[in-house]
Ligand binder design. Structure first.
Ligand code: NAD
Length: 496
């Protein structure tokens, strides 16, 4: 049970603590969504492993926090080199583990993992250079601002893009001089273990990066409740965020939360219909298991008929290409787990009972599931959903979109903003002035105009309302992972 061979790649399934592999008495089964096969038995940690890992991270902090920024940046670049060397292995293992398309992992996701390390290494070195002045004067006194490493950082992440989302937090935390205990998602835990190997090969000192595998309630809960943890970075669902927030409150530990969404795709009547349709179909990417997905499609009435026809035609083509995510032509893969398929199907059943009309899909892909043993769900589109119903208001996190129309621009903005989330919004219009006017009124951490998913790591990222707390990206990340300090020096005369 210490190792698994996944797509020909050897993966150590134990914890990684203090620069050593640590076994566990208990394990959990890791199931591939492609065919329902058990692909690994993974160590299942609890309080003892968390205690061990936090202690190792605390010991390592004493040295890593005083390692020069130049040296820290050099190690991060070597980790990026290691990721780049193993892109194919990482892509193969992650596809088997979470069912996302192999070609996306190869072309986009794994290269981005390397970029996460390179970007924050470079940003660290520019922090007190061209990015921000470190010193300024007040009545002859010199203010000297530093960002000091904060300490042990807990990083808890979900399964939909496990390595990319984890390293988007791990890289800035390490760059800042913090040490990390990561708790990977139990539905896709394997690439975190490969990352541990890569960090060791890159010469990251023992204990600076640790991985405790396990279930959220058993390994995640004691980690976020540990008073030695100085930062908690969590990506996941709102119910889990509430539990983690309560644990953090007890220790007054700062949190950064990136949570769910129910983002709108707002198509105004002057939009390019082809562009709007392409953007709408993109929302089925990763079988809709994307926090940012614009799953509420809102179209202004004069355009609604043309848009609907072209959109449903394209979505049907996508449905025809559903299959094994390792195959080149596949357009849409499986959902991550049988339990998640049940959850998504529950939303669809309840929406139908509430009177919403299915105009595409609306059920598990039974034929494919029976043939393969996997967890495929048909791309699904609803019309005529009540604006206050669950299917319009709650995050499904699957390939389920709602199509609604609106009359005036004012009504469109009101519908777009009418959820408790505020992660992202996508706007399609042919008029720049209108784009700026409407974008300014959308309640979201990121607004995309005539584009989707353009992410610059220097830009702030995060959500409003129930979509999160705080922003990460660029200097915002360092503001969270560091203790920001201002030292005020009296004029020379006073110091003698
Ligand atoms: P989840 O909240 O169920 O689990 C996320 C992580 O938290 C897992 O590693 C889990 O083991 C752990 N966990 C569960 N209970 C815990 C506890 N009591 N204490 C500590 N850790 C605990 O979420 P999920 O189903 O894995 O992921 C899907 C959710 O993540 C969706 O809501 C999605 O929108 C969100 N998400 C957000 C972003 C973003 O950047 N905003 C990105 C991806 C996913």
């Amino acid at each position: 049970m210490d190792r698994a061979t996944v797509e020909g790649v050897e993966v150590d399934t134990r914890h990684w603590i203090g620069g050593r592999r640590v076994g566990a008495g208990a394990g959990f089964e890791d199931v591939s969504p492609i065919d329902g096969a058990v692909i690994a038995e993974v160590a299942s940690g609890g309080e003892a492993e968390v205690d061990h890992a936090v202690a190792a991270a605390q010991t390592a902090f004493a040295t890593w926090s005083r390692t020069s920024p130049e040296e820290r940046a050099a190690v991060l670049h070597r980790i990026a080199d290691g990721v780049e060397k193993r892109i194919e292995e990482l892509a193969q293992v992650e596809t088997r583990d979470n069912g996302s398309l192999l070609r996306s992992h190869r072309r986009g996701v794994m290269p981005r993992v390397a970029t996460n390390f390179r970007f924050f290494a470079d940003h660290l070195l520019r922090l007190h250079g061209d990015l921000e002045p470190a010193d300024w004067e007040t009545r002859g006194h010199r203010n000297h601002v530093t960002r000091d490493p904060a300490g042990v950082t807990a990083i808890v992440t979900p399964w939909n893009a496990p390595l990319m989302l984890a390293t988007w937090r791990i890289a800035p935390a390490l760059a800042a001089g913090n040490t990390v205990v990561a708790k990977p998602p139990e539905w896709a835990p394997l690439t975190a273990s490969l990352l541990a190997d890569i960090t060791a090969e890159a010469g990251l000192p023992d204990g600076v990066f640790n991985v405790v595998q396990g279930l959220g309630t058993e390994a995640g809960a004691p980690l976020v409740a540990d008073p030695r943890v100085r930062r908690i970075s969590f990506t996941g669902s709102v119910p889990t965020a509430r539990r983690i927030g309560a644990a953090a409150a007890a220790n007054v530990t700062p949190v950064s939360f990136e949570l769910g969404g129910k983002s709108p795709l707002l198509v105004l009547d002057d939009a390019d219909v082809d562009l709007a349709v392409d953007l709408a179909v993109e929302q089925f990417d990763n079988a809709g298991q994307v926090c940012l997905a614009a799953v509420r499609i809102l179209v202004q009435e004069p355009l609604a008929g043309r848009f609907r026809e072209a959109f449903l035609a394209k979505a049907r083509e996508l449905m025809a290409g559903q299959g094994d995510p390792r195959d080149g032509p596949t357009t849409i893969g499986p959902l991550v787990a049988a339990a998640h398929l049940e959850r998504v199907d529950g939303f669809v059943r309840r929406a139908q009972a509430d009177g919403a009309r299915v105009v595409l899909g609306g059920r598990p892909n039974h034929e494919l599931n029976e043939r393969t043993g996997g967890f495929y769900y048909e791309p699904t589109v609803f019309e005529d959903a009540d604006p206050t119903s669950e299917i319009v208001c709650r995050e499904v996190f699957g390939p389920v979109l709602t199509l609604q129309t609106f009359g005036t621009e004012e009504e469109g903005i009101a519908m777009a903003n009418d959820t408790e989330y505020g992660l992202a919004a996508t706007l399609v219009t042919g008029d720049l002035e209108r784009a700026e006017r409407v974008a300014a009124r959308l309640d979201a951490g990121t607004v995309w105009v005539n584009c989707f998913f353009v992410r610059d790591l220097a830009a702030p990222f995060g959500g409003n309302g129930h979509s999160g707390i705080g922003r990460e990206g660029g200097t915002w990340s360092f503001d969270f992972y560091c203790d920001v300090k201002n030292s005020v020096f009296a004029p020379k005369g006073w110091l003698g």
